[in-house]
Ligand binder design. Sequence first.
Ligand code: KG4
Ligand code: ZN
Length: 342
Amino acid sequence: MIVLGLESSCDETAASVVRDGREVLSNVVASQDQLHLPYGGVVPEIACRAHLAALLPAVERALADAGVTARDLDAVAVAHKPGLVGALLIALTGAKTIAWLHDLPLIGVNHLHAHVYAAALDRDAPPFPCVSLVASGGHTSLYHSRSAWEHDLMGATLDDAAGEAFDKVAGILNLGYPGGPAIDRAARLGNPKAVRFPRARLDAESLDFSFSGLKTAVLYHCRDRDAIRPGEARSDRETADIAASFQEAVVDVLTDKLLRAARRCAVGTVTIGGGVAANSRLRERIADGARRNGLALVLPPAKYCLDNAAMAAGIGYHLHKAGRVSDLTLDADPTAERRRPA
Ligand code: KG4
Ligand code: ZN
Protein backbone atom coordinates (compact mmCIF):
# COMPACT_ATOMS: atom_id res chain seq x y z
CA MET A 1 0.00 0.00 0.00
CA ILE A 2 1.43 3.38 -1.04
CA VAL A 3 0.63 6.38 1.18
CA LEU A 4 1.39 10.03 0.50
CA GLY A 5 2.10 11.93 3.74
CA LEU A 6 1.84 15.70 4.17
CA GLU A 7 3.03 17.89 7.05
CA SER A 8 2.94 21.64 7.73
CA SER A 9 2.24 21.89 11.47
CA CYS A 10 5.06 24.33 12.27
CA ASP A 11 7.87 25.62 10.06
CA GLU A 12 8.66 22.70 7.75
CA THR A 13 6.64 21.91 4.64
CA ALA A 14 7.01 18.21 3.98
CA ALA A 15 5.72 15.53 1.63
CA SER A 16 6.71 11.88 1.52
CA VAL A 17 5.74 8.61 -0.11
CA VAL A 18 5.95 5.48 2.06
CA ARG A 19 5.20 1.88 1.12
CA ASP A 20 3.49 -0.40 3.65
CA GLY A 21 4.19 1.91 6.57
CA ARG A 22 7.93 1.46 6.61
CA GLU A 23 9.72 1.71 3.24
CA VAL A 24 10.38 5.42 2.69
CA LEU A 25 10.35 5.98 -1.08
CA SER A 26 10.80 9.76 -0.82
CA ASN A 27 11.16 12.32 1.96
CA VAL A 28 10.99 15.97 0.90
CA VAL A 29 11.35 18.66 3.58
CA ALA A 30 11.34 22.39 2.78
CA SER A 31 12.73 24.18 5.84
CA GLN A 32 11.80 27.77 6.71
CA ASP A 33 14.70 28.32 9.15
CA GLN A 34 16.17 31.17 7.11
CA LEU A 35 12.82 33.02 7.04
CA HIS A 36 12.38 32.90 10.83
CA LEU A 37 16.06 33.47 11.70
CA PRO A 38 15.78 37.30 12.00
CA TYR A 39 12.97 36.92 14.55
CA GLY A 40 14.58 34.19 16.71
CA GLY A 41 11.43 32.07 16.53
CA VAL A 42 8.61 30.93 14.25
CA VAL A 43 6.38 33.78 13.03
CA PRO A 44 3.02 32.11 12.25
CA GLU A 45 2.01 34.45 9.40
CA ILE A 46 5.36 33.99 7.66
CA ALA A 47 5.12 30.22 8.21
CA CYS A 48 1.65 30.03 6.60
CA ARG A 49 2.64 32.01 3.53
CA ALA A 50 5.76 29.90 3.04
CA HIS A 51 3.78 26.64 3.43
CA LEU A 52 1.37 27.83 0.77
CA ALA A 53 4.20 28.43 -1.69
CA ALA A 54 6.10 25.23 -0.83
CA LEU A 55 3.36 22.59 -0.54
CA LEU A 56 2.61 21.69 -4.14
CA PRO A 57 6.27 21.70 -5.28
CA ALA A 58 7.01 19.42 -2.31
CA VAL A 59 4.21 17.01 -3.33
CA GLU A 60 5.40 16.97 -6.94
CA ARG A 61 8.97 16.25 -5.87
CA ALA A 62 7.92 13.58 -3.41
CA LEU A 63 5.98 11.74 -6.14
CA ALA A 64 8.82 12.15 -8.65
CA ASP A 65 11.53 11.03 -6.17
CA ALA A 66 9.44 7.95 -5.35
CA GLY A 67 8.92 7.21 -9.04
CA VAL A 68 5.13 7.16 -8.70
CA THR A 69 2.21 9.28 -9.89
CA ALA A 70 -0.94 10.28 -8.00
CA ARG A 71 -2.68 7.29 -9.65
CA ASP A 72 -0.38 4.88 -7.80
CA LEU A 73 -1.40 6.24 -4.39
CA ASP A 74 -3.68 4.23 -2.09
CA ALA A 75 -4.26 6.91 0.59
CA VAL A 76 -3.28 10.39 1.75
CA ALA A 77 -2.24 10.98 5.38
CA VAL A 78 -1.89 14.43 6.90
CA ALA A 79 -0.83 15.82 10.28
CA HIS A 80 -3.93 17.80 11.32
CA LYS A 81 -3.07 18.26 15.04
CA PRO A 82 -1.47 19.71 17.11
CA GLY A 83 0.37 22.75 15.75
CA LEU A 84 -0.13 26.29 14.51
CA VAL A 85 -3.68 26.29 13.25
CA GLY A 86 -3.05 28.39 10.12
CA ALA A 87 -0.02 26.26 9.26
CA LEU A 88 -1.88 22.96 9.79
CA LEU A 89 -4.63 24.12 7.45
CA ILE A 90 -2.27 24.33 4.46
CA ALA A 91 -1.28 20.64 4.33
CA LEU A 92 -4.76 19.62 5.47
CA THR A 93 -6.40 21.49 2.60
CA GLY A 94 -3.82 20.08 0.18
CA ALA A 95 -4.45 16.53 1.45
CA LYS A 96 -8.23 16.91 1.22
CA THR A 97 -7.94 18.22 -2.34
CA ILE A 98 -5.71 15.34 -3.45
CA ALA A 99 -7.97 12.80 -1.70
CA TRP A 100 -11.10 14.25 -3.32
CA LEU A 101 -9.52 14.60 -6.76
CA HIS A 102 -8.16 11.06 -6.88
CA ASP A 103 -10.88 9.42 -4.78
CA LEU A 104 -8.46 8.31 -2.06
CA PRO A 105 -9.02 7.68 1.66
CA LEU A 106 -7.97 10.64 3.82
CA ILE A 107 -6.23 9.86 7.10
CA GLY A 108 -5.86 12.50 9.82
CA VAL A 109 -2.72 11.98 11.88
CA ASN A 110 -1.64 13.31 15.30
CA HIS A 111 1.74 14.96 14.70
CA LEU A 112 3.11 13.81 18.10
CA HIS A 113 2.07 10.19 17.51
CA ALA A 114 3.75 10.50 14.10
CA HIS A 115 6.96 11.58 15.89
CA VAL A 116 6.76 8.32 17.89
CA TYR A 117 6.21 6.36 14.68
CA ALA A 118 9.48 7.73 13.21
CA ALA A 119 11.20 4.88 15.11
CA ALA A 120 9.41 2.35 12.89
CA LEU A 121 10.50 3.80 9.53
CA ASP A 122 13.04 1.93 7.38
CA ARG A 123 12.96 -0.99 9.84
CA ASP A 124 11.70 -4.55 9.46
CA ALA A 125 10.15 -4.86 12.92
CA PRO A 126 8.23 -1.96 14.51
CA PRO A 127 9.29 -1.22 18.14
CA PHE A 128 5.80 -1.44 19.71
CA PRO A 129 4.88 -1.87 22.52
CA CYS A 130 7.37 0.60 23.97
CA VAL A 131 7.72 3.77 25.95
CA SER A 132 8.48 6.79 23.82
CA LEU A 133 9.69 10.29 24.50
CA VAL A 134 8.68 13.01 22.04
CA ALA A 135 10.70 16.19 22.61
CA SER A 136 10.11 18.90 20.04
CA GLY A 137 9.85 22.68 19.72
CA GLY A 138 6.25 22.72 20.92
CA HIS A 139 5.86 19.61 23.09
CA THR A 140 7.56 17.26 25.50
CA SER A 141 5.51 14.10 25.98
CA LEU A 142 6.03 10.60 27.34
CA TYR A 143 3.85 7.87 25.91
CA HIS A 144 3.14 4.25 26.59
CA SER A 145 2.93 3.30 22.92
CA ARG A 146 0.87 0.10 22.77
CA SER A 147 0.79 -0.12 18.99
CA ALA A 148 1.69 1.97 15.96
CA TRP A 149 -1.27 4.25 16.60
CA GLU A 150 -2.30 3.67 20.25
CA HIS A 151 -0.35 6.03 22.53
CA ASP A 152 -1.29 6.67 26.17
CA LEU A 153 0.07 9.95 27.46
CA MET A 154 2.06 9.38 30.68
CA GLY A 155 3.65 12.81 31.14
CA ALA A 156 3.94 16.18 29.44
CA THR A 157 5.51 19.57 29.97
CA LEU A 158 3.79 21.94 32.35
CA ASP A 159 5.34 25.00 30.70
CA ASP A 160 8.06 25.29 28.03
CA ALA A 161 8.80 22.40 25.69
CA ALA A 162 12.36 21.04 25.70
CA GLY A 163 13.06 22.41 22.19
CA GLU A 164 11.60 25.78 23.17
CA ALA A 165 14.04 25.90 26.10
CA PHE A 166 16.93 25.14 23.71
CA ASP A 167 15.74 27.91 21.37
CA LYS A 168 15.32 30.47 24.17
CA VAL A 169 18.66 29.69 25.82
CA ALA A 170 20.38 29.91 22.42
CA GLY A 171 18.80 33.37 22.17
CA ILE A 172 20.21 34.35 25.59
CA LEU A 173 23.66 33.10 24.50
CA ASN A 174 23.40 34.78 21.04
CA LEU A 175 23.88 31.44 19.28
CA GLY A 176 21.18 32.01 16.63
CA TYR A 177 18.07 30.12 15.54
CA PRO A 178 17.13 27.26 15.60
CA GLY A 179 18.78 27.00 18.97
CA GLY A 180 18.92 23.23 19.45
CA PRO A 181 21.59 22.42 16.85
CA ALA A 182 23.58 25.55 17.86
CA ILE A 183 23.65 24.54 21.54
CA ASP A 184 24.45 20.93 20.58
CA ARG A 185 27.50 22.20 18.63
CA ALA A 186 28.65 24.75 21.25
CA ALA A 187 28.23 22.23 24.09
CA ARG A 188 30.74 19.83 22.52
CA LEU A 189 33.52 22.26 23.50
CA GLY A 190 32.15 22.98 26.99
CA ASN A 191 32.20 21.42 30.45
CA PRO A 192 28.75 20.10 31.44
CA LYS A 193 29.72 20.43 35.12
CA ALA A 194 30.83 24.07 34.88
CA VAL A 195 27.50 25.46 36.17
CA ARG A 196 25.06 23.48 38.30
CA PHE A 197 21.68 24.46 36.80
CA PRO A 198 18.47 23.20 38.47
CA ARG A 199 16.80 19.93 37.40
CA ALA A 200 13.03 20.22 37.79
CA ARG A 201 12.05 16.64 38.58
CA LEU A 202 8.78 17.80 40.22
CA ASP A 203 7.60 15.20 42.74
CA ALA A 204 9.32 11.84 43.00
CA GLU A 205 6.70 9.96 40.97
CA SER A 206 5.94 12.64 38.39
CA LEU A 207 6.51 11.99 34.71
CA ASP A 208 5.74 15.63 33.83
CA PHE A 209 8.36 18.15 32.80
CA SER A 210 9.08 21.81 33.50
CA PHE A 211 11.81 23.75 31.72
CA SER A 212 10.92 27.40 32.29
CA GLY A 213 12.80 27.60 35.63
CA LEU A 214 15.93 26.23 33.97
CA LYS A 215 15.71 28.82 31.20
CA THR A 216 15.35 31.60 33.82
CA ALA A 217 18.33 30.19 35.75
CA VAL A 218 20.48 30.50 32.61
CA LEU A 219 19.28 34.08 32.14
CA TYR A 220 20.13 35.01 35.77
CA HIS A 221 23.49 33.28 35.55
CA CYS A 222 24.39 35.39 32.48
CA ARG A 223 23.11 38.58 34.14
CA ASP A 224 25.05 37.94 37.35
CA ARG A 225 28.20 37.22 35.39
CA ASP A 226 27.81 40.44 33.35
CA ALA A 227 27.23 42.45 36.56
CA ILE A 228 30.49 41.14 38.06
CA ARG A 229 32.50 41.75 34.86
CA PRO A 230 30.73 44.67 33.15
CA GLY A 231 31.77 45.45 29.58
CA GLU A 232 33.75 42.21 29.28
CA ALA A 233 32.33 40.05 26.48
CA ARG A 234 31.72 36.39 27.25
CA SER A 235 34.48 34.17 25.86
CA ASP A 236 33.63 31.26 23.54
CA ARG A 237 34.76 28.96 26.35
CA GLU A 238 32.33 30.52 28.83
CA THR A 239 29.48 30.26 26.31
CA ALA A 240 30.36 26.63 25.62
CA ASP A 241 30.38 25.86 29.38
CA ILE A 242 26.94 27.43 29.88
CA ALA A 243 25.55 25.64 26.78
CA ALA A 244 26.95 22.29 27.95
CA SER A 245 25.70 22.78 31.53
CA PHE A 246 22.20 23.77 30.34
CA GLN A 247 22.07 20.85 27.89
CA GLU A 248 23.16 18.41 30.60
CA ALA A 249 20.32 19.59 32.87
CA VAL A 250 17.73 19.01 30.11
CA VAL A 251 19.23 15.66 29.14
CA ASP A 252 19.37 14.48 32.79
CA VAL A 253 15.65 15.05 33.26
CA LEU A 254 14.58 13.63 29.87
CA THR A 255 16.70 10.50 30.35
CA ASP A 256 15.57 9.91 33.95
CA LYS A 257 11.89 10.22 33.17
CA LEU A 258 12.03 8.04 30.07
CA LEU A 259 13.70 5.26 32.07
CA ARG A 260 11.28 5.73 34.96
CA ALA A 261 8.32 5.47 32.55
CA ALA A 262 9.76 2.27 31.05
CA ARG A 263 10.03 0.73 34.55
CA ARG A 264 6.47 1.75 35.34
CA CYS A 265 5.03 0.16 32.17
CA ALA A 266 7.36 -2.84 32.36
CA VAL A 267 8.14 -2.61 28.65
CA GLY A 268 11.42 -3.82 27.16
CA THR A 269 11.87 -1.13 24.51
CA VAL A 270 12.24 2.65 24.54
CA THR A 271 12.32 5.12 21.64
CA ILE A 272 12.74 8.85 21.20
CA GLY A 273 11.44 11.28 18.59
CA GLY A 274 10.97 14.99 17.85
CA GLY A 275 13.64 17.56 16.96
CA VAL A 276 15.39 17.37 20.35
CA ALA A 277 15.89 13.62 19.77
CA ALA A 278 18.53 14.69 17.22
CA ASN A 279 20.62 16.03 20.13
CA SER A 280 23.93 14.18 20.28
CA ARG A 281 24.28 14.24 24.09
CA LEU A 282 20.68 13.06 24.62
CA ARG A 283 21.24 10.16 22.22
CA GLU A 284 24.46 9.21 24.01
CA ARG A 285 22.91 9.38 27.49
CA ILE A 286 19.75 7.51 26.54
CA ALA A 287 21.79 4.79 24.82
CA ASP A 288 23.83 4.45 28.00
CA GLY A 289 20.73 4.46 30.25
CA ALA A 290 18.97 1.85 28.11
CA ARG A 291 22.03 -0.41 28.18
CA ARG A 292 22.36 -0.17 31.97
CA ASN A 293 18.66 -0.97 32.40
CA GLY A 294 18.62 -3.87 29.93
CA LEU A 295 16.24 -2.07 27.57
CA ALA A 296 16.23 -2.25 23.78
CA LEU A 297 16.51 1.22 22.25
CA VAL A 298 15.38 2.46 18.84
CA LEU A 299 16.99 5.77 17.89
CA PRO A 300 15.56 7.06 14.62
CA PRO A 301 18.07 8.89 12.39
CA ALA A 302 17.98 12.71 12.79
CA LYS A 303 16.13 13.14 9.47
CA TYR A 304 13.14 11.26 10.94
CA CYS A 305 13.37 13.01 14.35
CA LEU A 306 12.99 16.49 12.87
CA ASP A 307 9.64 17.36 11.30
CA ASN A 308 9.00 15.29 8.18
CA ALA A 309 6.06 13.70 6.37
CA ALA A 310 7.38 10.11 6.19
CA MET A 311 6.29 9.64 9.81
CA ALA A 312 2.76 10.82 8.88
CA ALA A 313 2.57 8.49 5.88
CA GLY A 314 3.92 5.62 7.99
CA ILE A 315 1.45 5.92 10.85
CA GLY A 316 -1.27 6.65 8.29
CA TYR A 317 -0.81 3.16 6.86
CA HIS A 318 -1.59 1.60 10.26
CA LEU A 319 -4.52 3.93 10.95
CA HIS A 320 -5.95 2.92 7.57
CA LYS A 321 -5.49 -0.77 8.39
CA ALA A 322 -7.33 -0.17 11.68
CA GLY A 323 -10.21 1.49 9.79
CA ARG A 324 -9.46 4.90 11.30
CA VAL A 325 -10.08 6.86 8.13
CA SER A 326 -11.29 10.48 8.10
CA ASP A 327 -13.59 12.30 5.71
CA LEU A 328 -13.51 15.73 4.11
CA THR A 329 -14.92 17.36 7.26
CA LEU A 330 -11.60 16.70 9.04
CA ASP A 331 -10.50 19.93 10.74
CA ALA A 332 -7.23 21.36 12.00
CA ASP A 333 -6.86 21.20 15.79
CA PRO A 334 -4.07 23.24 17.42
CA THR A 335 -4.25 21.53 20.82
CA ALA A 336 -2.34 18.51 22.12
CA GLU A 337 -4.16 15.73 23.97
CA ARG A 338 -4.40 15.89 27.75
CA ARG A 339 -3.71 13.04 30.11
CA ARG A 340 -6.78 11.15 31.26
CA PRO A 341 -7.38 11.62 35.00
CA ALA A 342 -6.16 8.59 36.98
O1 KG4 B 1 10.11 18.20 15.95
P1 KG4 B 1 10.61 19.50 15.43
O2 KG4 B 1 11.38 19.48 14.14
O3 KG4 B 1 9.44 20.51 15.26
C1 KG4 B 1 8.37 20.62 16.15
O4 KG4 B 1 7.44 19.78 16.08
O5 KG4 B 1 8.48 21.52 17.02
O6 KG4 B 1 11.50 20.12 16.60
C2 KG4 B 1 12.12 21.36 16.47
C3 KG4 B 1 12.87 21.64 17.76
C4 KG4 B 1 13.47 23.05 17.84
O7 KG4 B 1 13.17 23.60 19.10
C5 KG4 B 1 14.96 22.79 17.68
O8 KG4 B 1 15.77 23.75 18.35
C6 KG4 B 1 15.10 21.42 18.32
O9 KG4 B 1 13.97 20.71 17.90
N1 KG4 B 1 16.31 20.72 17.87
C7 KG4 B 1 17.31 20.34 18.71
C8 KG4 B 1 18.32 19.76 17.90
N2 KG4 B 1 17.90 19.81 16.58
C9 KG4 B 1 16.66 20.40 16.60
N3 KG4 B 1 17.42 20.44 20.04
C10 KG4 B 1 18.55 19.97 20.61
N4 KG4 B 1 19.58 19.44 19.90
C11 KG4 B 1 19.52 19.32 18.54
N5 KG4 B 1 20.53 18.78 17.85
ZN1 ZN C 1 7.36 18.08 15.30
